[in-house]
Design a protein around this ligand. Sequence first.
Ligand code: THU
Length: 134
Amino acid sequence: MTDVELIKMAFKARENSYSPYSNYKVGAALLAKSGKVYLGANIENCAYGPSNCAERSAIFSALSNGEREFEKLAIVGTSDDICYPCGVCRQVIAELLPTADIICAKDENKYEVHKIGDLLPHAFSPKDVECARK
Ligand code: THU
């Protein structure tokens, strides 16, 4: 699957955004190594804190369905420029998608492909927790 095809699927996912508080819709499409694509949208809540980003919706759906290895993740927002993952999503991506291509898109014509190591250098990692338990 091409980057552009995955971006188009992220736009499809964005249609299911539940974002009455921010009115900022985000869509994500995650391609697993199995070949399956998992979609995610941002889901907000009136208490704000329980809200979930599109990327984490897609990632948690994939893991919940047994996936553990991933090729690429496409993200689209609503602003008139590229949508990058928030800090919390970067931390989740660092642990669960350490080698995947992260496609940060405005649309099919304007996007950037990054590795999470570039978006979140020196991430806190499972290794740190293991060290503390020794
Ligand atoms: N949002 C995402 O879904 N992903 C991001 O990486 C950035 C922010 C959502 C959270 C909230 O529902 C809305 O965008 C505005 O912040």
